[in-house]
Design a protein. Sequence first.
Length: 316
Amino acid sequence: GLVNTREMFKKAVSGGYAIPAYNFNNLEQLQAIMVACAETSSPVIVQVSKGAREYANQTMLRYMAMGAVRMVREMGSNIPIALHLDHGDTFELCKSCVDSGFSSVMIDGSHHSYEDNVALTRKVVEYAHAHDVTVEGELGVLAGIEDEVQAEHSTYTKPEEVEDFVGKTGVDSLAISIGTSHGAFKFKVKEGEEPPPLRFDILAEIERRIPGFPIVLHGASSVVPEYVELINKYGGKMEGAVGVSEEQLRRAAASAVCKINIDSDGRLAVTARVREFMAKNPGEFDPRKYLGAARKELVKLIKHKNEAVLGSAGKA
Ligand code: G3H
Ligand code: 13P
Ligand code: ZN
């Protein structure tokens, strides 16, 4: 069945790679994640956001994940699979996911005061651990896509807080803010310029204070330029979409970062292939055709991430 993240993080930290955490909202995404991870023999975390719960229903998603585990085993693969709540914001929501069979939850108290974040996270940890469910907490705030200049609006994780936070809360992993943000417009960059590097100095200081502790990187999509180009070519409008370079992600994965969250790249892959399919096949009306094209692209994307960016391929 599903497993919590404890064992996979331990191996990832010592092995210098990161476990992929892919968001899913529907059948095609989940199938693609499972097939790609089984075929690359990668441990995997599939995660459900608040938005995903609203779109697809928490119970449905939980049983889909169980079905996916069964499918993978029938494929002859034994990869570890965790089902994780992404960005839980209340104790009640985390409890509901623990009760319904999730193997891991995130309590994102990063928008609260430090003291309130500690208290809320502690409460979730006590409940979750009693059910053998692992917990991800967060310190520092990721910039929103609406911010004018990303770096000025994000609140980087304060390294001097991390030791106290993990000690007081008992979390199993810690999400940090070192310059990434959610969505497809992570950095405002001028033509021909590179996005600013992540704050590896802050990450190093965090590692120094809590050596070997599992660190999580949110907002880690590369915003694959080929997909943005395809989307724009076939009627979309995503000028200025930019993400974290693969080189930066490789560097993060080799460090204490042992979970890398990817949602936007999958959305872009689906949108690019659906737009292309629609433009090239105006008479087609079977959703399996265009969703099939999207799913095929997702498998390719995820295999590439596992093999060439996160280093999780072959680690199951
Ligand atoms: O953290 C953000 C994830 O990409 C999930 O986004 O709430 O739109 O599903 P969502
Ligand atoms: P991206 O928007 O960069 O894919 O980040 C996803 C994420 O952090 C989900 O929690
Ligand atoms: Zn996130």
